[in-house]
Design a protein around this ligand. Structure first.
Ligand code: XIL
Length: 328
């Protein structure tokens, strides 16, 4: 399942998203984060839904707990995410004017980035802003931000984050960059165009996050992925793999078959990425098959349980973990 990391190449930090409920309830989960991760990403606790449930006050309780744990254990942090069209509290979905949206977005980013300045080194500044199947006339996703602010929502977010923490690494994070097809190619083009537009306006952007929720039934477009990473590199922008997991709903139930297929897919994908340029981090969207959004979002039709992540339900490393560890 793929070549080993080339000798002489710098190690790539590996990490996982961490869910606060699980973190609090399961000591083995905390131990696994300590043992395997260089990087930790609060999975949901930096989203508006968590931080801004009340319009008037910020609730940092979950995020602070994960940030403290990470720092105490010498882990780096990624912040996810300052702007997203989803996971918004009801009041935010009801914003109705440009002025209100700009005021709220700017203040949110100021408060959140300032609080974690010097602690969270990298931010997903915008998440999933590229249209699912972009048209030249509609490159960006239809969200409350796009409706009220137009494409300028991306500029406002990056400009504000850069102003508050000039040292932070600022990332555009998005999905569906991995496979073949015109829609995917269009999504890569929009990402590149967005980077260029921000750069033309003098707005800092340092990375593109590739979520990499990989569908096991589909092939990786290795040349496309490699070219995308290389094209970003030519613009002086790096990449990170931010939400890696394998959606195995269409694979047969046999666990050995699925685990080998998942490892192979991840190996193929990471080889393509690395062939285009060295990613700043490789992060999986969870650590153990015991807990994953894939169970709810991509349910299998049989009674078998999805196996999307590098550790199995009992925290034993799967073949996927061996692939990941080669890059560390
Ligand atoms: C998911 C979390 O994993 C779930 O716990 C939550 O209920 C919904 O969000 N793309 C993203 C992530 O950018 O924030 C999403 O995380 C998964 C898809």
């Amino acid at each position: 399942d793929g070549a080993a990391a080339a000798p002489g190449r710098a190690p790539i930090p590996y990490g996982s998203a961490a869910q606060i409920e699980t973190f609090r309830a399961d000591a083995r989960y905390r131990e696994a984060l300590k043992r395997y991760c260089d990087v930790i990403v609060p999975m949901n606790d930096l989203k508006w839904e968590a931080l801004r449930h009340d319009r008037a006050r910020f609730d940092f309780s979950g995020a602070d707990e994960l940030v403290d744990f990470a720092l105490k254990n010498g882990k780096a942090l990624r912040g996810h995410a300052l702007l997203w069209g989803m996971a918004l509290p009801p009041w935010a979905k009801e914003m109705s004017s440009r002025a209100e949206a700009e005021r709220e977005l700017t203040r949110h980013i100021e408060v959140v980035v300032d609080r974690y300045k010097g602690k969270i080194a990298t931010w997903d500044v915008v998440n999933e802003v590229i249209a699912f199947d972009p048209k030249p006339s509609e490159p960006y996703r239809d969200t409350i931000w796009q409706r009220l602010l137009g494409p300028g929502h991306i500029e406002i977010a990056f400009r504000t984050a850069a102003r508050v923490d000039p040292k932070a690494r600022l990332v555009l994070n998005d999905f569906n960059f991995e496979e073949a097809g015109a829609g995917i190619a269009a999504r890569r083009r929009i990402a590149l165009d967005t980077v260029r537009r921000l750069q033309d306006k003098g707005i800092p952007i340092h990375g593109v996050g590739m979520q990499a929720h990989l569908y096991a039934e589909n092939a990786i477009d290795s040349a496309g992925v490699q070219g995308f990473v290389a094209d970003l590199g030519k613009l002086g922008v790096g990449v990170e793999v931010t939400e890696l997991d394998v959606i195995d709903w269409k694979l047969p139930p046999d666990t050995g078959v699925r685990d080998r297929a998942a490892a192979k897919l991840v190996a193929t994908y990471l080889e393509a990425v690395v062939a285009g340029g060295q990613p700043k981090a490789i992060v999986t969207w969870g650590l153990t098959d015991r807990y994953s959004w894939v169970h709810e979002t991509f349910p299998r039709k049989d009674s078998a349980k999805a196996r999307p992540l590098p550790l199995d339900e009992d925290y034993r490393p799967k073949p996927m973990m061996q692939v990941l560890e080669r890059y560390r």
